[in-house]
Structures are given as structure tokens and as C-alpha cells.
Design a protein around this ligand. Structure first.
Ligand SMILES: C[S@@+](CC[C@H](N)C(=O)[O-])C[C@H]1O[C@@H](n2cnc3c(N)ncnc32)[C@H](O)[C@@H]1O
Length: 313
């Protein structure tokens, strides 16, 4: 596989940790109750979770459909599947759980198999998300539901955030916006997915003939304020520290961003200029965290999109 085409290995410890940490506080409990009612989850359903990773969607929705139900987690990574199966012993009670290796483009299930076929943060990493979605639709039973939780990471990156960082001047802000947009363009060109896929899934569902399309947005807001007292703030601070202080991870992210920026048609000198400002920001943030002065507030745009497979499909 060429360097450019290299995909993320989600079973690598640093990413696996993200799958656990970032998910832990991803949704408010009462939001999940509302989502489960909105999706019409009922005990005894058969659900397929595609690109299941550590089985997070199973764990999250099991209380709503698991009793007497069936959960199938599918992923390309056998390492993650092993860990997911181990973790499921804790949460999958009174129903059946099965983890299977498989590719979303060719799912190991017959047509019309499941009441619910779902994914989270999967389509955003694929070269041809429409094909993956079509395969998910094939596996849903007529009248069954397809549900995708996918982010629009691009808009929050472009939005102005209120935080402790001294304000960048307008040229610097425009440079950051340009790099963000160009990187996403490059990412799509390299076949590594689309950071703003969340906004595009509804139309994909519509084109695939799904009906009753509904869309919700996660109501979590990222908020940090010293002394970072409650469990969510403590957790968020830990995530920010990991983002800022893990040098190996930072370097990987910078290398990836540069590749994407160049693939998107960006100018290498412009990237270096951006990187210098970024390094400056990072060192200010590190100092603020050390001094207990860091604060931030901003949204994360995570879309939940549902569509129903028509009885005649
Ligand atoms: C960002 S992780 C999300 C994991 C999980 N859904 C969650 O939200 O915690 C993306 C997952 O998709 C899996 N994946 C990537 N490409 C895939 C494919 N073509 N078929 C099946 N799984 C795939 C990866 O191995 C990884 O576990």
C-alpha cells in the first residue's frame, strides 16, 4: 500500500484509547433515551453495527433493544473485535452478541437480515461511502431502519471558538480556514474519507430510496473552565492534554495534515507558515494548561441520521 493510501490502524493503542475516551462522555443519558424512542428501538430487535470498533453502539443501545435481542458487531480489525467481545461480557446480558470480521462493502449477512443496521464514525473514513451505505441498506429488512452517526468536523473547525488563546489576526484566521478546507479536499482526493460527511448522509439515504429520513444533532458542547471540577471537565482536560502533549501523536497528525493539504492543491510554503503559527498556539496552550488558565467552549457537530427501508425495496 502506498504511503498516501495508508489507512489508520484503529487497533493501534493511541487510536484505541481515543475510541474509549472520546466515546465515554459522547452523549447525555437523557439524549440517548430520546434517541432510542425516536429510532423506535424495542427489546428483541436484531441489530448490526458496522465498523463497530470496540462495540460502542452495542454498549450504548443495548438497554433499549438487547433484552431477547441480537447484536452483531462487524469490523475489519480482528484485534478490535477480540477486545470488543471481551468488553461485551460486561454489558451484553439477556441477549445474543456476536462479533464478526467483515468489510462494510461486502457484509457477511443475507439480504433483509436485520431490524436495524447502524454505524458510527465509519462512513467518514471511506473512499466511497455511498457504496457502503447501499450495502447496509441491503442488509436491513424491508421496513427496517438504517442509522448513521457521522460528524461534520469541518464546520466546527472553521467556527470561531471562545477560548483562552489570544485572538489570531485576520490573515492568520483566514490561513487556518484555508488549510482546513484544503486538507479536507485532499483527504477526499486521497480516498481517506470526508470530515464533513454528516451533512451529506441524508441525501445519500434519499438517493438510495430510504424513506422517513430524520436527522438530529448531538447536543453536547465542549466546555472547559478552571478548576475543571466535574467528571466531564476532568475527562475533557485529559483529552486536551493527550492531544497537546503526546509528541508522537502530534507529529503523526501534522504529517497527515501536510499530505492532505498538498493533495488538496495546497502550497508547501503556506503549510509551513501555518505550521509555525500552530506550533506557537500549541506552546501557549501547553503553558495555559500548566498554569490552570485554559478555558474553551465550542460545539462538536455529530449528526444522527435515520432512514427506513421501504417495504417494497
Ligand atoms: C472511528 S472507528 C469507529 C468505531 C466505532 N464505530 C465507534 O464509534 O467507536 C472506525 C472503525 O471502522 C472500521 N473500519 C474501517 N473501514 C472499514 C471497512 N471497510 N469495513 C468494516 N470496518 C471498517 C475500523 O477498523 C474502525 O474500527
Amino acid at each position: 500500500m502506498s504511503e498516501e493510501k495508508k489507512k489508520i490502524d484503529w487497533s493501534d493503542e493511541c487510536w484505541k484509547e481515543m475510541l474509549v475516551y472520546q466515546r465515554k462522555f459522547a452523549w447525555f443519558e437523557d439524549t440517548l433515551d430520546k434517541l432510542a424512542a425516536w429510532l423506535g428501538l424495542k427489546p428483541g430487535m436484531t441489530a448490526v453495527d458496522v465498523g463497530c470498533g470496540l462495540g460502542y453502539l452495542g454498549y450504548t443501545y443495548w438497554p433499549y433493544f438487547g433484552k431477547g435481542g441480537c447484536y452483531f458487531g462487524v469490523d475489519m480489525s480482528s484485534q478490535l473485535l477480540q477486545d470488543a467481545a471481551k468488553a461485551a461480557k460486561e454489558w451484553a446480558l439477556d441477549g445474543e452478541v456476536c462479533f464478526t470480521a467483515g468489510d462494510v462493502h461486502q457484509l457477511p449477512f443475507p439480504d433483509d437480515f436485520a431490524d436495524l443496521v447502524m454505524c458510527q464514525a465509519l462512513l467518514m473514513h471511506l473512499e466511497k461511502p455511498e457504496l457502503a451505505l447501499a450495502e447496509m441498506v441491503r442488509v436491513a429488512r424491508p421496513g427496517g431502519l438504517v442509522m448513521c452517526k457521522e460528524p461534520d468536523n469541518l464546520s466546527p473547525m472553521l467556527a470561531k471558538r471562545y477560548w483562552s488563546l489570544p485572538e489570531l489576526n485576520i490573515e492568520e484566521q483566514l490561513l487556518f480556514a484555508k488549510v482546513t478546507i484544503t486538507c479536507n479536499k485532499g483527504r477526499i482526493k486521497l480516498g481517506q474519507g470526508d470530515n464533513s460527511i454528516g451533512t451529506k448522509v441524508p441525501r445519500m439515504m434519499h438517493k438510495l430510496g430510504l424513506t422517513d429520513i430524520g436527522i438530529r444533532l448531538n447536543d453536547r458542547v465542549f466546555y472547559l473552565e478552571p478548576p475543571y471540577g466535574d467528571p466531564l471537565q476532568k475527562h475533557s482536560l485529559k483529552s486536551v492534554k493527550r492531544e497537546l502533549l503526546d509528541e508522537k501523536r502530534r507529529k503523526n497528525l501534522t504529517d497527515r495534515a501536510k499530505k492532505e493539504f498538498l493533495a488538496g492543491g495546497g502550497d508547501p510554503e503556506e503549510f509551513d507558515r501555518y505550521q509555525k503559527i500552530n506550533d506557537r498556539i500549541m506552546s501557549i496552550l501547553r503553558q495555559q494548561i500548566e498554569d490552570g488558565e485554559y478555558f474553551a467552549c465550542g460545539s462538536t457537530d455529530f449528526y444522527i441520521i435515520k432512514g427506513r427501508k421501504s417495504k417494497r425495496m
